[in-house]
Design a protein around this ligand. Structure first.
Ligand SMILES: Nc1nc2c(ncn2[C@@H]2O[C@H](COP(=O)(O)OP(=O)(O)OP(=O)(O)O)[C@@H](O)[C@H]2O)c(=O)[nH]1
Ligand SMILES: [Mg+2]
Ligand SMILES: [Zn+2]
Length: 327
């Protein structure tokens, strides 16, 4: 048996990608276009002892040719990941859960009302995405429902986040004509979409590919509220090319295990000033000669961003977890 398995150790090319995983079962889209349910073989299970799921949505996997009577197959191995979004599986547990792997781009979907997205939420998300090395684009959705003042606010936010380096786009998820650029952008990527419940994530995915017919609106939210077990991300293959990873029940990224001294590295505008502070171990809080604080005072760094930074620095680990946008 081991001889047979050894054949697969790093020698066979991946032939599929994981669309969905429930811990025991993996739904895999094979390169042939066929989907199948898979289990994972024992060795991978051992490797995965530190994680609740050794393989995650977005992983490229090697699926064995053999099919059992029920049509199930076995995942033998997986490709080295470009990145992975990982969280602690529970607050106290040391075990990790991999939420998604190989995320080329994250869309953070934001609305100004119904629901309201706070700036601290956006900033926490961006910090997490930076820590996982995932580029993020902010999508301002529901632009059809904003009055002039609200639209000005959206424009101001777009100006702020674009100046920091995050691309932004206004969309109306219910109007497919506003999202052609997104469809083109996703074409050759695995894109994850996050944001508060009700911002319109599933609506956007449906507009990108009406064939998917995801649940939207009240139904999906009522469903989620009653659901206390862990929910898993699900990846959808778009007709127009590329993949989009929906993260139901997950409010966004959680900020786990970020060492305080590195948090400022995940704020690009602070990172740019790293060598400008008087002390090289400056935490940008109360130290004299701090270039970050000077930049906040001069308006080069936005006050709201700095406030989120200070909050993150002041939270203890459990608090960080509780408030973490990953839930
Ligand atoms: N006016 C307007 N309504 C929208 C727009 N996009 C989505 N909606 C509505 O917002 C509601 C929530 O949309 P969903 O797509 O279910 O939101 P979601 O982000 O998937 O929510 P969860 O699955 O709970 O996380 C639905 O009633 C949509 O019709 C938009 O651009 N304009
Ligand atoms: Mg949804
Ligand atoms: Zn400083």
């Amino acid at each position: 048996m081991s001889e047979q398995f050894n054949l697969y150790l790093g020698m066979q090319k991946a032939n599929g990608v994981v669309l969905k995983s429930t811990g025991k079962w993996y739904n895999v889209l094979l390169d042939s276009g066929e989907t199948c349910n898979c289990r994972i073989r024992g060795r991978l299970r051992l490797e995965g002892l530190k994680t609740t799921n050794p393989i995650a949505v977005g992983d490229r996997v090697v699926v064995a040719g053999e099919v059992d009577e029920e049509g199930n197959r076995v995942i033998l191995d997986f490709e080295k990941r470009r990145n992975a979004i990982i969280r602690k599986s529970t607050n106290l547990s040391k075990q990790k859960q991999i939420l998604a792997a190989n995320v080329d781009l994250a869309y953070l979907m934001v609305t100004i009302h119904s629901p309201m997205t706070h700036l601290a939420f956006i900033d926490r998300f961006l910090v997490s995405a930076e820590s996982f090395r995932i580029p993020t684009k902010i999508l301002f959705n529901k632009i059809d429902q904003y009055d002039e003042d609200e639209m000005e606010y959206v424009d101001a936010l777009m100006y702020m986040y674009e100046s920091i380096g995050y691309p932004c786009q206004k969309i109306q998820a219910t109007d497919p004509s506003t999202i052609d650029a997104l469809r083109a952008e996703i074409k050759d990527k695995q894109v994850m979409i996050s944001g508060h419940s009700g911002v319109g994530k599933s609506t956007l995915i449906n507009s990108l590919d009406p064939g998917l017919d995801l649940k939207t609106g009240e139904i999906s939210r009522v469903h989620l509220q009653g659901q206390h077990t862990t929910t898993f991300a699900e990846m959808h293959a778009l007709q127009s090319g590329g993949f989009i990873i929906d993260t139901p029940g997950i409010r966004a990224f959680g900020i786990v295990e970020l060492d305080k001294p590195v948090i400022s590295h995940y704020f690009p505008e602070m990172r740019a000033l790293l060598n400008a502070c008087r002390f090289n171990n400056c935490l940008h809080l109360k130290e004299p000669g701090c270039a970050v604080k000077a930049a906040v005072e001069s308006g080069e760094i936005y006050e709201s961003r700095y406030q989120t930074y200070v909050q993150l620095m002041e939270e203890d680990e459990t608090e960080v977890y509780r408030k973490s946008v990953f839930g």
